[in-house]
Ligand binder design. Structure first.
Ligand SMILES: Nc1ncnc2c1ncn2[C@@H]1O[C@H](COP(=O)(O)OP(=O)(O)OP(=O)(O)O)[C@@H](O)[C@H]1O
Length: 304
């Protein structure tokens, strides 16, 4: 049902002269946080601009908090907080001026929370935007969005270019926001650690296509590496790859083999054991390793 989805993209396409965002499907349930991760030029910002109604799709349907975009963008924007690098702030005005301005526009403005964020982000209200460092600017932009208490937050690379301390402040604040289960967040990032830490749902995007979109646990549980000693078995690289579904890579050196699977299930381990293989270990993969493997296999599939 569209009503309890914060975001829904159905078969959305957008063509530029040198880029094609093609038949994107995405769904984010209310109260969840989705990390959108992809290499440079993958189409993350374009997807976000489509969601914000800033770009008109060539095909497909975009719905945000039940509003059809871009036709209902004026209505939808009251409920969406959007922050990106190119956020339009008045360079000659102070942070305080922006806070007062937004407070006069948005009835949902939370004055107490804005004051708390000023302290947490270590910002000086009388400072002009033009005098802020990159990190301070990002934090000021985020404060102005968060204090509106929007139902949906859409953040384009909120942690890019921040030092480790500022990054943690921003990540912690986003985690705080998410304790309120009625709010939803979509954020894009190159940083797999940030995405792994924050997201319930993870979407990989590459070359204008959604490579995979699932909940974090599913990604981390299904992708595993199994280390095998084959000295007492007659497994070879060929029958190892064909014996189980989901085997995406096998590295073999002498009697030792490492099988990477994206459909791990304990029966796989039993099957290898029954045929004489000794299991040396089953290892989790990091989200970064999973992302690289997913993109690699999607590109290989596209080239076939
Ligand atoms: N207005 C536009 N006109 C022409 N091409 C565009 C336009 N906007 C985006 N593109 C192209 O679409 C592609 C995807 O860009 P997008 O900004 O969505 O990528 P991204 O995943 O956000 O990348 P990055 O991580 O580098 O910010 C790029 O090749 C870009 O040049």
């Amino acid at each position: 049902m569209t009503s309890n989805l914060a975001i829904k993209l159905s078969q959305v396409s957008k063509r530029y002269p040198h880029f094609n965002l093609s038949k994107i499907n995405l769904a984010l349930e209310e109260g969840c946080i989705m990390g959108l991760i992809g290499p440079n030029g993958a189409g993350k910002s374009t997807t976000i601009r489509l969601l914000m109604g800033l770009v008109q799709p060539d095909a497909g349907e975009v719905s945000v908090l039940g509003h059809s975009m871009p036709s209902s963008q004026v209505k939808a924007k009251w409920e969406i907080g959007f922050a990106s690098e190119d956020m339009r702030l008045y360079k000659n005005a102070t942070i305080e001026w922006h806070m007062e301005y937004l407070q006069s526009i948005y009835p949902s403005w939370d004055k107490g929370y804005a004051e708390t964020l000023l302290k947490r982000f270590d910002l000086i209200p009388r400072q002009k935007i033009k005098g802020l460092s990159h990190g301070q600017r990002v934090k000021a932009g985020l404060l102005l969005v968060l204090a509106r208490r929007p139902k949906l937050l859409i953040l384009d690379e909120p942690t890019t270019g921040l030092d480790p301390v500022a990054r943690h402040e921003v990540l912690n604040e986003l985690m705080e926001v998410l304790k309120d289960e009625t709010r939803s967040v979509l954020f894009s990032s190159h940083n797999t650690q940030d995405v792994e830490q924050l997201s319930d749902q993870i979407t990989f995007i590459d070359r204008g296509k959604v490579v995979n979109s699932q909940d974090r646990e599913t990604f981390l549980e299904r992708w595993q590496r199994i280390r095998l000693d084959l000295s007492k078995s007659d497994w070879s690289e060929n029958n190892l790859s064909s014996s189980q579904p989901g085997v995406v890579d096998i590295q073999q050196s002498g009697n030792l083999a490492v099988v990477t699977t994206n459909q791990f299930n304990p029966d796989m381990v039993s099957a290898y054991q029954q045929q004489g293989a000794e299991i040396l270990g089953v290892e989790n993969m990091t989200l970064e390793e999973i992302f690289v493997a997913e993109v690699h296999s999607s590109r290989q599939g596209a080239e076939k």
